[in-house]
Design a protein around this ligand. Structure first.
Ligand SMILES: [Zn+2]
Ligand SMILES: [Zn+2]
Length: 312
């Protein structure tokens, strides 16, 4: 995993686009009145410095009743979140905040984002056998020997077809889905960010067949597909995965989706999370599939018109 930038405040579009200053568009752009943000990094992740209470206060302010704290857990000693914090400390911090904030109407779940790779799958399995989380995201990042590492990416792309370029990433996604270890596959297609600007969004969009086996593996395994809005903060400006991929997931028989802003800074809390909801509603989903400890739960999503899918 390479560090993600602290991206500061989200643009306040309502000041420059007064016609957007309505309730529905605020919901879409700033993440108001949405039922869940299931992917947040606090100062217990090496690439975030946000204290948990900041997210809790923002959740109250934006009327988001439930959030999951999903700090990074890495398994390669060269990755930044390898033994960065102790499980016990993370759990105590999150459970303590959950107690403090419950009365104010926000429920805080203790989750984690585990970096998955086939080479350390046994370590992930062991970690999960010993530690209980409310909710677990499995994500494929640009692992230290990956061809997508910034110093290696150019050489990797040289002379290879798009299919060859993306193959190692999707192979890991397929293995993550089939491992049965996770509730959710995090930010599918984040490889696009690693490939930018060497491979363009247009080139990738023309070869959506390449992610089909990964989508099928996610469908067959029953793990949830996360629609992660963090990609909207990066070049290419699309959710991970994009709307058409979420639609394809539904066509293939996908039943389980969930959403997260993947905030690492206070300004990106729930940032454009309404776009994630919109994509899944437009694809035909009417609920999220999340886990609260021992139970996998279904969370209804707001009516599409209320987050700007109809007529806007
Ligand atoms: Zn991630
Ligand atoms: Zn994350």
């Amino acid at each position: 995993m390479s560090p993600e930038p602290d991206d500061g405040a989200s643009p306040n579009r309502s000041t420059t686009r007064p016609e957007w200053d309505d309730w529905t568009t605020k919901a879409a752009n700033e993440g108001h009145d949405l039922p869940l943000d299931a992917h947040l990094h606090t100062d217990q992740s090496p690439d975030s410095s946000v204290p948990i209470d900041i997210y809790a206060a923002l959740a109250v302010e934006r009327r988001i009743p439930e959030i999951a704290i999903t700090d990074h857990v890495d398994f390669d000693p060269r990755d930044p979140a390898y033994r960065y914090t102790r499980f016990e400390d993370r759990e105590r911090t999150v459970r303590g905040a959950a107690e403090r904030w419950a009365k104010q109407g926000v429920t805080i779940r203790f989750g984690a984002e585990l970096t998955y790779n086939q080479r350390w799958e046994a370590d992930v399995r062991e970690h999960l056998a010993r530690h209980r989380y409310d909710y677990i995201i499995g994500s494929v990042h640009d692992w230290p020997e990956s061809p997508y590492w910034p110093s290696r990416i150019r050489a990797w792309i040289e002379g290879r077809s798009i299919a060859e370029i993306v193959a190692p990433y999707y192979a890991e996604i397929i293995a993550a889905a089939r491992s049965g270890l996770f509730d959710t596959i995090g930010h599918l297609d984040v490889v696009r960010r690693y490939l930018h600007p060497h491979v363009t969004a247009e080139q990738l969009a023309a070869r959506q067949d390449l992610q089909e086996p990964a989508l099928k593996a996610i469908v067959e395994s029953g793990v949830s597909l996360e629609v992660n809005s963090s990609g909207l903060r990066y070049p290419g400006a699309e959710t991970y995965p994009s709307g058409p991929v979420v639609a394809r997931f539904h066509e293939l028989g996908g039943k389980h989706v969930v959403v997260g802003s993947d905030a690492h800074a206070r300004g990106s809390f729930a940032y454009r999370l309404g776009d994630s909801y919109r994509h899944l509603i437009e694809a035909g989903f009417d609920h999220l599939t999340f886990r609260r400890g021992s139970e996998r739960v279904r969370i209804e999503v707001p009516d599409g018109t209320r987050i700007g899918t109809a007529g806007s």
